[in-house]
Design a protein around this ligand. Structure first.
Ligand code: PEP
Ligand code: MN
Length: 348
């Protein structure tokens, strides 16, 4: 059961609700967002109807929603209308305008970021991506530039009017990364790092939650629930492919996850065709398919010289390839009632 409190309800009204929950031997999970407080109630109840009416009658309560699913606050039962995650002026996920994140897999140098930011903003992206803390399969592979990388990202993004999305790998870095970025990325390998999920749930920066390498959609939504219940309601999901037996692609991009997720949750969802396929030539067709299928945006790896990239060169687009792809996305977006972001460069 979910109890939705009225916007800006009094602390005493919230206490009235939690006190009744305690009296009934049930547990309360209070989630205080920027606008409203939501209380998740867990525990057995004999007479559901009486219980619902009892809570609905308390001061400060806007609505009471019975929910049987394991994910509650992020479910469409809790909130029927789609959420829009607003990042800053001209950058949001879930409205009629798509969000387009583009940039290298890893931040490698100031020059690399400047060249990429200039080109992707000109092509129409509105968010600069790039990892400063990299989750690498091998401990000997490039691990990222750390705080220097965050500075390069922030500077390049600001110069070209872009927002920033970058991964946070460790609970100890959430505060540091939040100082530089507009969106905290939780990577596929950390989707079930529950301590990290709780920590980003306490951050006042939106979270991009990637689907785990072998995660079911329910597990993914439960991970989002961790972030939501911890108080951060600005969550964007990202389908980035799941492990399969086929060797032709790096992962199996599950585009059906887009409409499935949209039926289950009010949170926006974007698609990462770069990690989803691992193959540069497949990035354009899968981007077009994702937009046609209703995704709220894309995150695409782009590099000035993919052959020399420190990581994920084979799936990175060149700068001209990205511009060409954006031009092809525009009519597809229009056909499904969406638009590309306002030119970020013009806003800078
Ligand atoms: C990335 O975005 O560079 C990345 C490591 O993604 P994922 O967690 O999906 O593998
Ligand atoms: Mn990558």
């Amino acid at each position: 059961m979910i109890i939705v409190m009225r916007p800006h309800c009094a602390e005493s009204e919230l206490e009235g609700v939690t006190a009744l929950i305690a009296t009934l031997n049930m547990s309360a999970h209070v989630s205080k967002g920027a606008e409203r407080t939501i209380v998740g109630v867990v525990g057995a109840a004999n007479d559901k109807e009486t219980l619902l009416a009892q809570f609905a009658g308390l001061d400060g309560v806007e609505s009471v929603v019975p929910i049987s699913k394991s994910f509650k606050l992020v479910s469409r039962e809790a909130k029927a209308e789609r959420s829009i995650v607003r990042v800053k002026a001209g950058v949001s996920f879930g409205g009629t305008t798509l969000a387009v994140c583009a940039g290298p897999c890893s931040v490698e140098s100031r020059e690399q970021l400047e060249a990429t930011a200039e080109a992707v903003s000109r092509a129409g992206a509105n968010i600069l991506r790039g990892g400063a803390f990299k989750p690498r399969t091998s401990p000997y592979a490039f691990q990222g530039l750390g705080e220097d990388g965050l500075k390069f990202l922030r500077d390049a993004a600001d110069r070209y009017g872009l927002a920033v999305v970058t991964e946070v790998l460790d609970v100890r870095d959430v505060e540091l990364v939040s100082r530089y970025t507009d969106i905290l990325q939780v990577g596929a390998r950390n989707m079930q790092n529950f301590t990290l999920l709780r920590e980003v749930g306490g951050a006042r920066v939106p979270v991009l939650l990637k689907r785990g390498i072998a995660a079911t959609i329910d597990e993914w939504l439960m991970a989002a629930e961790y972030v939501y219940v911890a108080g951060n309601h600005d969550i964007v999901l990202c389908e980035r492919g799941i492990r399969s037996y086929d060797q032709q692609t790096r992962n199996l991009l599950d585009l059906s996850a887009v409409p499935v997720v949209q039926g289950l949750t009010h949170l926006p969802i974007i698609v990462d065709p770069s990690h989803g396929t691992g193959v540069r030539a497949l990035v354009a067709p899968m981007s077009l398919a994702a937009v046609a299928g209703g995704a709220d945006g894309l995150i695409i790896e782009v590099h000035p010289n993919p052959a020399a990239a420190f990581s994920d060169g084979p799936q990175s687009l060149t700068l001209p390839m990205f511009a060409e792809l954006m031009a092809r996305i525009e009519p597809v977006a229009k056909a499904v009632g969406r638009a590309l972001p306002e030119a970020a460069a013009a806003a800078a």
